[in-house]
Design a protein around this ligand. Structure first.
Ligand code: COA
Length: 167
């Protein structure tokens, strides 16, 4: 049985990120595939990340959820994150997803995206739409956002703008 099959029935729990997630988030951010698909492709230094992450945890307009996958009742691992940047008027948010590289290609990303969106729109009931900016070359990401109900609005220099109405 392959790892994908083994992961199929495992439970994914979504929870808000804490200071303990900082190192993992930096590692996932600096992974080459993440950088290639990000809007800013330069690696992030630990100093810059530490400042950005501690301010993120204080901010009311940015939320990061961590997805934990459990294998047994006492064994779990963080397999990805979803980030939501809320607009100034509080009515929309930009969503992005990044998986722990060791859990990519296992078919977990759609569940992580949908569970995170559910958690976010329940917590922030004034949100009426979600947006995503995805490189045209990032086919797995386009695939999962489309499956989650996002539709393409337009394209701006190789980056597609997608949106979903919620609440
Ligand atoms: C994008 C990302 C979240 C996808 O997660 P993943 O674990 O690699 O992908 P999954 O195994 O969950 O598969 C996602 C879907 O894309 C499909 N897919 C994979 N490669 C594809 C390709 N080249 N063309 C079309 N669809 C593709 C898969 O078949 C699957 O669809 P299915 O379940 O209907 O079969 C992950 O690769 C990642 O973290 N990438 C780096 C960060 C990033 O690009 N974030 C997106 C910016 S918003």
């Amino acid at each position: 049985m392959n790892k994908g099959k083994l992961l199929q029935d495992k439970q994914i729990i979504i929870r808000p990120a804490t200071a303990d997630d900082s190192a993992a988030i930096l590692l996932w951010r600096n992974d080459p595939v993440t950088r290639e698909n990000s809007l800013t492709t330069e690696p992030v230094s630990k100093d810059d990340h530490d400042k950005w992450f501690s301010s993120t945890l204080q901010r009311k307009d940015r939320v990061i959820y961590i997805a934990d996958v459990s294998f047994t009742s006492n064994q779990h691992d963080s397999c990805g994150m979803c980030r939501f940047d809320i607009s100034q008027d509080g009515k929309s948010a930009i969503v992005s997803i990044n998986l722990n590289p060791k859990y990519r290609g296992e078919g977990l990303s759609l569940s992580i995206l949908e569970l995170s969106i559910n958690a976010f729109v329940q917590e922030f009931q004034g949100i009426t739409s979600l947006d995503a900016e995805i490189r045209d070359s990032n086919l797995p990401s386009i695939h999962i956002f489309t499956k989650a109900g996002f539709t393409k609005k337009d394209v701006d220099s190789e980056v597609g703008h997608y949106s979903l109405s919620v609440n």
